[in-house]
Design a protein around this ligand. Structure first.
Ligand SMILES: O=C(O)[C@H](O)COP(=O)(O)O
Length: 249
Protein backbone atom coordinates (compact mmCIF):
# COMPACT_ATOMS: atom_id res chain seq x y z
CA UNK A 1 0.00 0.00 0.00
CA UNK A 2 1.26 3.51 -0.81
CA UNK A 3 1.06 6.09 1.96
CA UNK A 4 0.86 9.81 2.48
CA UNK A 5 1.31 10.74 6.14
CA UNK A 6 -0.13 14.07 7.25
CA UNK A 7 1.49 15.60 10.32
CA UNK A 8 0.51 18.77 12.12
CA UNK A 9 3.55 20.55 13.59
CA UNK A 10 4.42 20.07 17.27
CA UNK A 11 3.22 22.51 19.94
CA UNK A 12 4.26 26.09 19.09
CA UNK A 13 4.93 28.90 21.57
CA UNK A 14 1.56 30.42 20.65
CA UNK A 15 -0.26 27.06 20.93
CA UNK A 16 1.12 27.01 24.47
CA UNK A 17 -0.23 30.53 25.10
CA UNK A 18 -3.49 29.68 23.28
CA UNK A 19 -3.13 32.49 20.72
CA UNK A 20 -4.43 32.57 17.13
CA UNK A 21 -1.36 32.05 14.97
CA UNK A 22 -2.23 31.64 11.28
CA UNK A 23 0.63 32.92 9.11
CA UNK A 24 2.63 34.34 12.05
CA UNK A 25 5.97 32.53 12.02
CA UNK A 26 6.10 31.30 15.62
CA UNK A 27 8.71 28.80 16.81
CA UNK A 28 8.13 25.42 18.47
CA UNK A 29 8.03 25.19 22.26
CA UNK A 30 10.38 22.69 23.96
CA UNK A 31 7.39 20.34 24.18
CA UNK A 32 6.77 20.84 20.44
CA UNK A 33 10.34 19.74 19.66
CA UNK A 34 9.84 16.64 21.82
CA UNK A 35 6.56 15.94 20.02
CA UNK A 36 8.39 16.11 16.68
CA UNK A 37 10.93 13.50 17.82
CA UNK A 38 8.13 11.34 19.24
CA UNK A 39 6.34 11.43 15.86
CA UNK A 40 9.61 10.15 14.34
CA UNK A 41 9.60 7.28 16.86
CA UNK A 42 6.00 6.34 16.00
CA UNK A 43 6.76 6.33 12.26
CA UNK A 44 9.91 4.25 12.80
CA UNK A 45 8.02 1.74 14.96
CA UNK A 46 5.35 1.48 12.23
CA UNK A 47 8.11 0.57 9.74
CA UNK A 48 7.27 3.48 7.42
CA UNK A 49 10.12 5.10 5.49
CA UNK A 50 9.71 8.17 3.29
CA UNK A 51 11.19 8.95 -0.11
CA UNK A 52 10.17 12.63 -0.06
CA UNK A 53 8.62 15.22 2.25
CA UNK A 54 6.75 18.51 2.10
CA UNK A 55 6.41 21.38 4.55
CA UNK A 56 4.89 24.86 4.65
CA UNK A 57 7.02 28.02 4.76
CA UNK A 58 6.44 28.33 8.52
CA UNK A 59 9.20 27.32 10.92
CA UNK A 60 6.96 25.32 13.26
CA UNK A 61 6.29 22.90 10.37
CA UNK A 62 9.84 22.94 8.98
CA UNK A 63 11.40 22.32 12.41
CA UNK A 64 8.93 19.52 13.21
CA UNK A 65 9.83 17.89 9.88
CA UNK A 66 13.54 18.17 10.75
CA UNK A 67 12.97 16.46 14.13
CA UNK A 68 11.05 13.62 12.45
CA UNK A 69 13.65 13.09 9.73
CA UNK A 70 16.48 13.25 12.26
CA UNK A 71 14.84 10.58 14.41
CA UNK A 72 14.23 8.41 11.33
CA UNK A 73 17.81 8.90 10.07
CA UNK A 74 16.23 10.24 6.88
CA UNK A 75 17.62 13.80 6.89
CA UNK A 76 18.81 13.20 3.32
CA UNK A 77 15.45 12.81 1.58
CA UNK A 78 14.26 15.53 -0.83
CA UNK A 79 12.16 18.17 0.95
CA UNK A 80 9.90 20.63 -0.86
CA UNK A 81 8.39 23.71 0.79
CA UNK A 82 5.40 25.73 -0.30
CA UNK A 83 3.46 28.74 1.02
CA UNK A 84 0.37 26.86 -0.18
CA UNK A 85 0.70 24.50 2.80
CA UNK A 86 0.68 27.39 5.31
CA UNK A 87 -1.96 27.58 8.03
CA UNK A 88 -5.30 29.26 7.33
CA UNK A 89 -4.64 33.01 7.56
CA UNK A 90 -6.39 34.17 10.74
CA UNK A 91 -6.57 37.85 9.71
CA UNK A 92 -6.87 40.40 12.51
CA UNK A 93 -7.28 37.59 15.08
CA UNK A 94 -3.59 36.62 14.77
CA UNK A 95 -1.86 37.14 18.11
CA UNK A 96 -5.07 37.28 20.18
CA UNK A 97 -5.72 34.78 22.96
CA UNK A 98 -8.49 32.38 21.85
CA UNK A 99 -10.40 32.10 25.14
CA UNK A 100 -10.13 35.87 25.80
CA UNK A 101 -11.50 36.45 22.29
CA UNK A 102 -14.39 34.12 23.16
CA UNK A 103 -15.02 36.07 26.38
CA UNK A 104 -15.23 39.25 24.26
CA UNK A 105 -17.17 38.06 21.19
CA UNK A 106 -18.85 34.88 22.52
CA UNK A 107 -18.02 31.18 22.17
CA UNK A 108 -20.30 30.83 19.19
CA UNK A 109 -18.65 33.62 17.18
CA UNK A 110 -15.19 32.22 17.90
CA UNK A 111 -16.38 28.76 16.85
CA UNK A 112 -17.60 30.28 13.56
CA UNK A 113 -14.21 31.95 12.98
CA UNK A 114 -12.35 28.74 13.85
CA UNK A 115 -14.49 26.01 12.36
CA UNK A 116 -17.08 27.32 9.90
CA UNK A 117 -16.42 26.43 6.27
CA UNK A 118 -16.82 29.80 4.59
CA UNK A 119 -16.64 32.60 7.19
CA UNK A 120 -13.30 34.40 7.43
CA UNK A 121 -12.24 36.63 10.38
CA UNK A 122 -11.68 40.38 9.89
CA UNK A 123 -8.73 40.95 7.49
CA UNK A 124 -5.26 42.09 8.47
CA UNK A 125 -4.46 45.56 7.05
CA UNK A 126 -1.86 45.78 4.25
CA UNK A 127 -0.05 48.36 6.39
CA UNK A 128 0.37 45.80 9.20
CA UNK A 129 4.04 44.72 9.47
CA UNK A 130 2.74 41.14 9.82
CA UNK A 131 0.96 41.25 6.45
CA UNK A 132 2.37 38.67 4.00
CA UNK A 133 2.67 41.45 1.41
CA UNK A 134 5.52 42.89 3.53
CA UNK A 135 7.33 39.54 3.91
CA UNK A 136 10.20 38.76 1.54
CA UNK A 137 9.49 35.03 1.61
CA UNK A 138 6.28 35.60 -0.34
CA UNK A 139 7.75 38.10 -2.83
CA UNK A 140 7.38 35.57 -5.70
CA UNK A 141 3.66 35.09 -4.99
CA UNK A 142 1.27 37.32 -6.99
CA UNK A 143 -0.15 39.97 -4.64
CA UNK A 144 -3.71 38.93 -5.45
CA UNK A 145 -2.95 35.38 -4.20
CA UNK A 146 -1.65 36.53 -0.80
CA UNK A 147 -4.35 36.32 1.87
CA UNK A 148 -5.25 39.07 4.35
CA UNK A 149 -7.61 36.61 6.05
CA UNK A 150 -9.05 33.21 5.09
CA UNK A 151 -11.99 30.93 5.68
CA UNK A 152 -11.35 27.19 5.47
CA UNK A 153 -12.81 27.35 1.96
CA UNK A 154 -10.25 30.01 0.95
CA UNK A 155 -7.42 27.93 2.43
CA UNK A 156 -8.63 24.85 0.53
CA UNK A 157 -8.61 26.84 -2.71
CA UNK A 158 -4.87 27.43 -2.39
CA UNK A 159 -3.87 24.08 -0.80
CA UNK A 160 -5.69 21.62 -3.06
CA UNK A 161 -4.15 22.73 -6.39
CA UNK A 162 -0.72 22.07 -4.80
CA UNK A 163 -1.93 18.68 -3.53
CA UNK A 164 -3.36 17.71 -6.91
CA UNK A 165 -0.54 18.99 -9.12
CA UNK A 166 2.53 18.48 -6.94
CA UNK A 167 2.12 16.15 -3.95
CA UNK A 168 -0.31 13.41 -4.95
CA UNK A 169 1.11 12.67 -8.47
CA UNK A 170 4.47 11.83 -6.82
CA UNK A 171 2.86 8.63 -5.52
CA UNK A 172 3.25 7.25 -9.05
CA UNK A 173 7.03 7.23 -8.53
CA UNK A 174 7.50 6.78 -4.76
CA UNK A 175 5.75 4.73 -2.07
CA UNK A 176 5.61 7.01 0.95
CA UNK A 177 5.38 10.79 1.33
CA UNK A 178 5.35 12.92 4.49
CA UNK A 179 3.47 16.25 4.56
CA UNK A 180 4.08 18.47 7.60
CA UNK A 181 1.67 21.39 7.81
CA UNK A 182 -1.00 22.91 10.07
CA UNK A 183 -4.32 22.25 11.79
CA UNK A 184 -6.45 23.92 9.12
CA UNK A 185 -4.39 23.36 5.95
CA UNK A 186 -4.50 19.66 6.89
CA UNK A 187 -8.24 19.81 7.71
CA UNK A 188 -8.69 21.06 4.15
CA UNK A 189 -6.74 18.11 2.70
CA UNK A 190 -8.63 15.60 4.88
CA UNK A 191 -11.98 17.14 3.84
CA UNK A 192 -11.00 16.78 0.19
CA UNK A 193 -9.67 13.20 0.52
CA UNK A 194 -12.60 11.87 2.56
CA UNK A 195 -15.36 13.95 0.97
CA UNK A 196 -16.40 15.40 4.35
CA UNK A 197 -19.35 17.83 4.06
CA UNK A 198 -19.02 21.59 4.67
CA UNK A 199 -21.02 21.12 7.88
CA UNK A 200 -19.31 18.01 9.29
CA UNK A 201 -15.81 19.40 8.78
CA UNK A 202 -16.50 21.69 11.78
CA UNK A 203 -16.11 18.62 14.03
CA UNK A 204 -12.67 17.63 12.78
CA UNK A 205 -9.78 18.67 15.03
CA UNK A 206 -6.21 17.64 14.31
CA UNK A 207 -3.83 17.08 17.25
CA UNK A 208 -0.21 18.30 17.18
CA UNK A 209 2.44 15.90 15.84
CA UNK A 210 0.38 12.69 15.71
CA UNK A 211 1.07 10.95 12.35
CA UNK A 212 -2.16 10.61 10.34
CA UNK A 213 -1.72 7.90 7.67
CA UNK A 214 -3.64 7.80 4.37
CA UNK A 215 -3.24 4.57 2.36
CA UNK A 216 -3.76 4.25 -1.40
CA UNK A 217 -3.80 1.11 -3.59
CA UNK A 218 -1.63 0.63 -6.68
CA UNK A 219 -4.21 2.53 -8.77
CA UNK A 220 -3.97 5.35 -6.20
CA UNK A 221 -7.50 4.89 -4.91
CA UNK A 222 -7.93 5.96 -1.29
CA UNK A 223 -8.25 2.82 0.89
CA UNK A 224 -8.16 3.80 4.56
CA UNK A 225 -6.89 6.34 7.09
CA UNK A 226 -5.69 5.99 10.66
CA UNK A 227 -3.58 7.73 13.28
CA UNK A 228 -0.43 6.19 14.72
CA UNK A 229 -0.22 6.38 18.52
CA UNK A 230 -2.44 5.84 21.53
CA UNK A 231 -6.12 6.38 20.50
CA UNK A 232 -7.07 7.65 23.97
CA UNK A 233 -4.29 10.25 23.95
CA UNK A 234 -5.27 11.31 20.41
CA UNK A 235 -8.92 11.73 21.47
CA UNK A 236 -7.86 13.85 24.49
CA UNK A 237 -5.65 16.02 22.26
CA UNK A 238 -8.46 16.48 19.71
CA UNK A 239 -10.87 17.51 22.49
CA UNK A 240 -8.30 19.95 23.88
CA UNK A 241 -7.95 21.58 20.43
CA UNK A 242 -11.74 21.87 20.12
CA UNK A 243 -11.97 23.53 23.56
CA UNK A 244 -9.28 26.15 22.94
CA UNK A 245 -11.86 28.67 21.76
CA UNK A 246 -14.10 28.52 24.83
CA UNK A 247 -14.19 31.41 27.31
CA UNK A 248 -12.86 30.64 30.80
CA UNK A 249 -15.56 30.79 33.47
O1 LIG B 1 -3.35 29.15 13.68
C1 LIG B 1 -3.67 28.69 14.77
O2 LIG B 1 -4.02 29.38 15.76
C2 LIG B 1 -3.63 27.20 14.96
O3 LIG B 1 -2.60 26.68 14.23
C3 LIG B 1 -4.91 26.53 14.53
O4 LIG B 1 -5.89 27.12 15.24
P1 LIG B 1 -7.40 26.63 15.40
O5 LIG B 1 -7.39 25.22 15.95
O6 LIG B 1 -7.94 27.64 16.36
O7 LIG B 1 -8.03 26.72 14.06
Amino acid sequence: MKKIVLLRHGESLWNKENRFTGWTDVDLSDKGVEEGYEAGNLLKEAGISFQMAYASYLKRAVKTLNCVLDRMNADWIPVFKSWRLNEKHYGALQGLNKSETAARYGNEQVHIWRRSYDVAPMPLKDSDPESPINDVRYSHVPLCDLPRTESLKDAIMRVIPYWECEIFPRLTVVDNILVVAHGNSLRGIVKYLKGISDTDIANLNIPTAMPYVFEFDESLNFVRDYYLGDPEKIKQMQDAVANQGIAKK
